[in-house]
Design a protein around this ligand. Structure first.
Ligand SMILES: *Cc1c(COP(=O)(O)O)cnc(C)c1O
Length: 216
């Protein structure tokens, strides 16, 4: 299957209103161009250097870039000038550094807070209490736009485990939307990758991040 036909196939199954972010990490620019020719506009990368290089090479071509990887504060300058959404904010230290960068640049940076939902210890992310603490004092981050949550399910073929992980993040997301009705930007739930996006859709994903099933 070609990149273009993989994209058309996935888009034909996505409910309207769910955004497909094509995860192009490790894949060359020509593959991104092929995806663009299939009307794909949102792309995700997880390494600052690769993200910046691709964003620069394709500047001015209407791509919406999402950063989805672990971000160290000394790499902000590679990522923030190009990112329409930083999906993977996983520490208070990083959030504060992004807010500082935004203040210096006179910009507001759109972010998702990454919730740790997987059974593995290795996955990054906040606990629920930490996210609550941050959102209760969202006013102390004037240069951050809190757009929602991101999460990765346990890496397992067991669909019940994956569904339980997504069920938990969806419930917490709904709770936050109810708790903070004034945060009208807080509407995105980024869950679902190549192996589990169909399950994520059942749990209210508004963004899916798909790499392998598009680019191989
Ligand atoms: C690589 C990656 C994806 C895409 O994974 P695939 O299984 O290739 O679809 C999604 N989200 C994050 C955070 C990733 O690092």
């Amino acid at each position: 299957m070609s990149i273009a036909s993989n994209i058309s196939q996935i888009k034909s199954e996505l409910p309207s209103g769910v955004k497909l972010v094509a995860v192009s990490k490790f894949h060359p620019i020509e593959n991104i161009r092929e995806a663009m020719s299939a009307s794909q506009t949102a792309f995700g990368e997880n390494r600052p250097q690769e993200f910046a290089a691709k964003a620069q090479a394709l500047e001015g071509q209407g791509i919406e870039w999402h950063f989805i990887g672990h971000l160290q504060t000394n790499k902000l300058k590679m990522v923030l000038p190009y990112a329409s959404l930083v999906q993977s904010v996983d520490s208070l230290h990083l959030l504060e550094a992004i807010n500082d960068w935004g203040r210096q640049q006179g910009r507001t940076v759109s972010v998702l807070l990454e919730l740790h939902i997987a059974a593995e210890d290795s996955k990054q992310g906040f606990g629920e209490e930490e996210i609550l603490d941050i959102l209760f004092r969202a006013g102390s981050f004037p240069n951050i736009r809190f757009c929602g949550l991101m999460g990765m399910a346990t890496n397992t073929p067991d669909e019940d485990t994956i569904a339980a992980d997504f069920g938990r993040i969806k419930a917490f997301y709904d709770y936050l939307v109810d708790l903070f009705p004034e945060y009208t930007d807080f509407r995105e739930l980024s869950i679902g990758m190549s192996g589990d996006w169909r399950i994520a859709i059942r749990y209210g994903a508004t963004i899916v991040r798909i790499g392998t099933a598009i680019f191989g």
